[in-house]
Design a protein around this ligand. Structure first.
Ligand SMILES: Nc1ncnc2c1ncn2[C@@H]1O[C@H](COP(=O)(O)OP(=O)(O)OP(=O)(O)O)[C@@H](O)[C@H]1O
Ligand SMILES: CC(=O)N[C@H]1[C@@H]2OC[C@@H](O2)[C@@H](O)[C@@H]1O[C@H](C)C(=O)O
Length: 394
């Protein structure tokens, strides 16, 4: 028998597994690496976060990825080169982190890698007859497996699409396993590049769980900061607080048909980008808005769209909201939500024992654990699937 298959079989049967989850999100800020231990699977999963780090990407790397990221037209040679490069680069960052943590690669049972999304094209975006939902993550996992010597599971989103989903959000699979509590109505809100949430009902009826993208999280704020302030993001909302929200532009942004589309739905910077903002500015004759006012308006846009979504889909009485993602550190956005929902308890996911920055990397580690030894679980109207492809070391 192929020795890698033998090893795979042994790992799947272990009492406890050590796994690494990797997330490189739409904000392109860096690679999140979470080293976790798991025992059991599904609703019996016991998990512990052992180490976590975000390794920021350098400007040159970011610029290279941005050339192909969310672009309708890209250089195919660049995409091909990046696919191999990102796999190999992520492997290097893993090895470097393991060395810093004093963990031998041979002790790690698996890596679960999200890869880098370069284009997300649900049918609602591309609208082309004869083509299904589609998404593309690059950073080939064979490079990770060969360079680290660790079994690597990757490309989770394709199975979700093959089984009828949009390939995202996958957060619900982790949120149900790690974040639900019978007797408490909960929303787990992630504000990354794109904002999404999972609703976990108090009666623990998993057919009622809902997980969907909401709209922009940090993506437009970051894009405006990059374009007009030469900054990667609006640290502590300093720019937004120095500006004034333009209500006319805000209303126009909120009128996008995406907000009325059926749930669950997904989106990305393919839709919510500076061209979309410029069109709304043109229509509202606000093209000359001071740039700080623009950042304030885009921050209010994120806050208002999240708020409007929650208020129109849930009764917030007794609801607890747990926030994660980099946007949890944007006070303009979080205060906007808090002010409008005074009766609702808003905390970050550390109250659940989940580091809010590490949550998505933990999710992929957990999906890797499920791929090894779980059973497909029916949650809400989501595909009942185990996801991920296996790449073996030499
Ligand atoms: N101190 C801060 N003040 C304001 N914003 C912040 C702060 N720290 C982080 N952020 C925001 O968080 C972003 C990074 O968030 P995160 O790492 O959750 O994104 P991601 O994982 O790429 O997103 P996604 O979940 O959409 O894939 C930054 O680009 C920035 O917009
Ligand atoms: C295609 C893609 O990469 N989508 C991301 C993105 O970032 C947030 C939101 O948009 C979410 O739908 C998803 O990631 C998280 C991890 C998810 O699948 O739950």
């Amino acid at each position: 028998m192929n020795k890698n298959l033998q090893k795979l079989f042994a790992v799947a049967q272990k009492e406890e597994r050590l796994g690494i989850g990797l997330m490189s999100g739409t904000s392109l800020d860096g690679l999140d690496i979470a080293l976790c231990s798991f025992s059991g699977s599904g609703l019996q999963t016991q998990f512990k976060l052992i180490h976590y780090i975000t390794i920021p990407y350098g400007e040159t790397f970011k610029k290279e990825v941005q050339q192909v990221f969310a672009q309708k037209h890209a250089n195919l040679e660049e995409v091909t080169l990046l696919n191999a490069y990102i796999g190999s680069f992520h492997a290097e960052l893993i090895l470097q982190s393991l060395a810093e943590w004093g963990v031998a690669p041979g002790d790690v049972d698996f890596i679960a890698s999200h890869g880098q999304t370069i284009y997300h094209a649900p049918k609602r975006l591309h609208g082309q007859a004869g083509y299904s939902n589609a998404t593309l993550q690059i950073g080939d996992a064979d490079h990770i497996a060969v360079k680290t010597g660790i079994l690597t599971i990757s490309d989770f989103r394709q199975k979700h699409i093959a089984a009828g989903g949009e390939g995202a959000p996958l957060a619900l699979y982790g949120d149900v396993l790690l974040g639900s509590k019978p007797g408490e109505d909960r929303i787990l809100l992630n504000i990354g590049g794109i904002a999404n949430l999972t609703y976990l009902p108090a009666d623990a009826d998993y057919t009622k769980v809902m997980c969907t993208d909401i709209g922009p999280g940090n993506t437009l704020i970051d894009a405006a900061c990059r374009a007009y302030f030469d900054q990667p993001y609006d640290e502590d909302s300093a720019i937004a607080y120095s500006g004034v929200v333009n209500e006319t532009l805000l209303d126009a942004l909120l009128h996008h048909p995406f907000f009325n589309e059926s749930l669950p739905k997904t989106t990305g910077p393919e839709l919510f980008n500076l061209n979309f903002v410029a069109d709304a500015q043109q229509a509202t004759r606000t093209l000359n808005l001071p740039k700080a006012d623009l950042v304030a308006t885009l921050s209010a846009f994120t806050g208002r769209s999240i708020l409007r979504f929650i208020a129109s889909n849930f009764s917030t009485t007794g609801m607890k909201i747990f926030v994660s993602g980099g946007g949890a550190r944007n006070p303009f956005v979080t205060d906007y939500i808090k002010r409008a929902l005074p009766g609702v308890a808003l905390a970050d996911t550390s109250e659940l024992g989940i580091n809010p920055d590490a949550k998505e990397a933990i999710l992929f580690a957990l999906l890797g654990n499920e791929a090894l030894c779980g059973e497909p679980t029916a949650i809400g109207n989501n595909p009942k699937v185990l996801m991920g492809k296996f790449s073996f070391p030499l």
